[in-house]
Write a protein that binds this ligand. Structure first.
Ligand SMILES: [Fe+2]
Length: 243
């Protein structure tokens, strides 16, 4: 084995990586044992994606985000990305087994779309809290360093979210090579991303996120999101990303 996984790497990669780090085995050396990691992912299928439950009651964010809009978004749309991710992984398994890569282009596109959709939605539920929450001092300092002022970052974030072309996201991210925060737009889920940047706070501006309640008023939805933004969650992710 060339290099032991650091604890930080292991945490980033998840439970399976932690198990590998503990055994000292390199990737590919660990024999697969059915059900070995049962419980860590909420399912026996290692590497399969699972729809996480909402971290609060469906009406917890009302009236700014009503229970019906939130529930359909989570139970139907987010669930669809989870299904799509697993279905695409299965199709890629089949392609490798049959050595038939005729559909590799569409499968690669589907892989990025569905997994990015799942990742962003998983973070999205935590990006909101009833009444919002304040950022920790470390995140405030980083925001002031990279944007000049907290208000300036929040204005840029809201403007980016409101002006996404088509369906997408507003994202505050930490980019570890430049050691700086970035406000990004994502079109769909995967386009306009920066490699390696860690999303800290995300705002869904697909119509399915708000249309039931806000109809075509995306700007009103983004303003509502900003008033319940969970900066405490963003701060925890920033601390983990920079540890
Ligand atoms: Fe969504």
């Amino acid at each position: 084995m060339d290099k032991q996984l650091s604890r930080r790497d292991a945490l980033k990669l998840g439970g399976a990586a932690i198990a590998l780090a503990a055994t000292g085995r390199a990737w590919g050396e660990e024999p697969f044992i059915e059900g070995q990691y049962e419980g860590q992912y909420g399912a026996a299928d290692v590497g399969k994606y699972v729809l996480p439950p909402l971290p609060y009651a469906a009406n917890a964010l009302a009236p700014l985000l009503d229970a019906k809009t939130l529930t359909i978004h989570h139970d139907k749309h987010h669930a669809g990305y989870v299904r799509g991710a697993n279905k695409t992984l299965n199709a890629l398994d089949g392609a490798r087994n049959s050595q038939d890569f005729a559909k590799i282009k569409s499968l690669s596109r589907a892989l990025a779309f569905h997994i990015s959709g799942h990742v962003l939605h998983t973070l999205f539920w935590h990006s909101m809290a009833a009444g919002g929450s304040p950022p920790a001092a470390e995140l405030v300092a980083a925001v002031k360093r990279d944007f000049g002022a907290v208000d300036a970052m929040q204005q840029q974030f809201a403007a980016a979210a409101k002006k996404v072309e088509g369906s997408g996201w507003g994202v505050l991210a930490y980019e570890p090579i430049g050691h700086r925060l970035l406000v990004l737009q994502a079109e769909k889920h995967q386009n306009l991303a920066v490699w390696g940047a860690v999303p800290l706070l995300v705002c869904d501006v697909w119509e399915h996120a708000y249309y039931l309640q806000y109809q075509n008023r995306r700007s009103d939805w983004v303003d509502a999101f900003m008033s319940m933004a969970n900066w405490k969650f963003a701060s925890e992710r920033y601390a983990a990303a920079t540890a």
